[in-house]
Write a new protein. Sequence first.
Length: 343
Amino acid sequence: MEALLQQIEQYKKEIAAVEASTAEAVENFRIQYLGTKGLVKSVMGEMKNVPNEQKKAFGQLLNEFKSFVENKFEVLQAAITNTDAGTENQIDWSLPGSHVPVGTRHPLSMIRNQVVSIFKSLGFAIAEGPEIEDDWHNFGAMNLPEDHPARDMQDTFYINQNPSWLLRTHTSSVQARVMETQKPPIRVICPGRVYRNETISARAHCFFHQVEGLYIDEHASFADLKQTLYFFVQEMFGKDVKVRFRPSYFPFTEPSAEMDISCLICGGDGCNVCKHTGWVEILGSGMVHPKVLENFGIDPNKYTGFAFGMGIERICQLKYRVNDLRLYSQNDIRFLKQFTGVV
């Protein structure tokens, strides 16, 4: 018994002095000391020669020896792992840095934010509403009863389960909800996505984006509308852009007008974008129809107002010369990369 204890102490000294600088050396250590035919297994086999009254004490000693050898193996293994990791993760600071791709805002988001910012500087607040809308807020409240021919101008996506619900065809429904819940004076800008059942092509899509504005107060006039839109055009396109108004028709405004600007592509000389007229239509506008005011309990004898609406895609087309509406929703990284760094 005494000789075996001395032998174990000698083994511990030898094992403590072992060094291993390679994975192969560490594996040889494991085989030599912890393998099925290793030293630890051999020493543990001496238990059968120990008297019964000493087995408990000797068993504890053997377990301590086994733990000592296992700890030494773990230390050797960790040293090799750390050395390998350090070699693999070394950085050559003289090399140029890796290129990090930089994202950007979507062009429609940039134009939307710019339009909203311009009108916010005039005191317009932002208003938003649901994209799934009921017939009253989308059509009825805007002076378009069920038999109104103007409904044919907007091919609508109706909800099959309930035809009185639909995907909004314009953000005028947001104006309706504002007039329903607020009293004049009202000055809001309504950006959002709208839907129409149209064949998808380079010039048309089944969904697009609008920004509409509404101003209602005492003594609001068409002159106020024109000056507001003049300011918008100059801020968006520059001081040199020419503007003209043409009489038009919208059920919810009277009188109504469309606003054109001189073509930014050809400078007014004529091109495919302006159909060789030198002018491009960018928005519709007009004085709020008295019937619309009455629908929301606003006295048309006391209050007047004006409204306008524009397509964000159209503004984006003129600013960035994008000739295909489908590009906005295809998520083509080649297209989107062109707007990196654009403010």
